[in-house]
Design a protein around this ligand. Structure first.
Ligand code: GDP
Length: 310
């Protein structure tokens, strides 16, 4: 990838895509292309194909997806399966039809079996049943990995896949029904502080363990992989640090400055008990994260305040 390469970031308004666009610009790539949904609807195969034919991207980051937290995933199975299959099929097929040089497909750590050994190594894919709360999304992402591998095998395409752990950062989704845990906690603690409420209600038991990665770290890893990685084997992208949801709530409460009590609602699902990536493949290539969780939460809270609490 050269400074003058034509690079298309699909999903540039989302958490991952916006971070990729920022990172590419920061590193001096001059021709970063983006399109809003109104300009190119990624669910529309013809529109995607027309865009690729006209804009002729050479490198493509597939960061567009229908994403959501535990509640959104389990209540909208059709949307999570169909929309994600559609988006990735349209992008990957159009990339092939128009001779894109390299494509990076972004998956998720939920592709792994619910009860796989931890930390999750890449080779555990398809060794057991998925976590039911997000299996629709996971099945679509597994199909995306396989599609990249299939195009590589059958047509020699340089398509790679990366599986990020739980992400957070600027442009996150703070809608309490649809979001992931970290943005949800930022919003809940912030609003409780402003309203002087004595309690914040969090979901589940607080016992599940999750690994978190700031989206700016993810973007650095993805640009690094686009430049230096060309294997059929997909690759995990995580921080290697895990925390219980209970400790996460304490940390978010501290950053936000909330003085009240945290209570747990056991009627809400815990999801998978633990989801820690084995990042040795990526770390062995010489990449490592730079933003630790407390600093990352502080940055995310600043972003939240800029966007919603001005
Ligand atoms: P997951 O990693 O796919 O399970 O997705 P989430 O980020 O939505 O949830 C992670 C964990 O945080 C689950 O155990 C949730 O029950 C828990 N959690 C606690 N409070 C909340 C909340 O307010 N919103 C969300 N989304 N999850 C919460």
């Amino acid at each position: 990838m050269e400074a003058s390469s034509r690079i298309y970031v699909a999903g540039h308004r989302g958490l991952a895509g916006s971070a990729i666009e920022r990172e590419l610009k920061r590193q001096g790539f001059g021709q970063v292309m983006t399109r809003t949904r109104a300009e190119v609807d990624l669910l529309d195969g013809l529109a995607v194909r027309r865009f690729f034919e006209e804009a002729r991207p050479e490198y493509v980051f597939v960061a567009a997806a229908k994403v959501g937290g535990i509640m959104a995933n389990s209540t909208q199975p059709a949307a999570f399966l169909w929309e994600n299959l559609q988006i990735q099929n349209n992008l990957i097929h159009s990339a092939w039809m128009t001779g894109v040089k390299k494509l990076l497909f972004l998956g998720s750590s939920c592709i792994y079996p619910k009860l796989a050994p931890q930390p999750l190594r890449e080779e555990y894919l398809l060794t057991g049943p998925l976590e039911p709360t997000n299996e629709w999304y996971a099945v679509a992402k597994i199909a995306g990995i396989k599609l990249c591998q299939a195009f590589r095998r059958q047509h020699g395409c340089d398509y790679i896949s990366a599986m990020p752990t739980n992400l957070y950062g600027p442009n996150d989704n703070y809608d309490l029904q649809g979001s992931h845990v970290l943005p949800a906690l930022i919003r809940k603690f912030h609003e409780a502080k402003i309203r002087g409420e004595k309690q914040v209600v969090c979901w589940g038991s607080g016992r599940p363990l999750r690994e978190f990665l700031h989206s700016d770290d993810l973007a650095r890893a993805l640009v690094f992989l686009m430049r230096h990685y060309s294997e059929e084997q997909f690759i995990n992208v995580g921080s290697g640090v895990e925390i219980t949801i209970r400790d996460l709530a304490t940390e978010v409460g501290r950053v936000v400055g909330y003085q009240g009590e945290t209570v747990w609602d056991p009627t809400k699902p815990d999801g998978t008990p633990r989801k820690l990536m084995d990042n040795s493949r990526l770390f062995a290539l010489g990449w490592k994260p730079e933003i630790d969780l407390p600093s990352g939460i502080a940055l995310a809270y600043e972003d939240f305040c800029r966007r919603f609490a001005a």
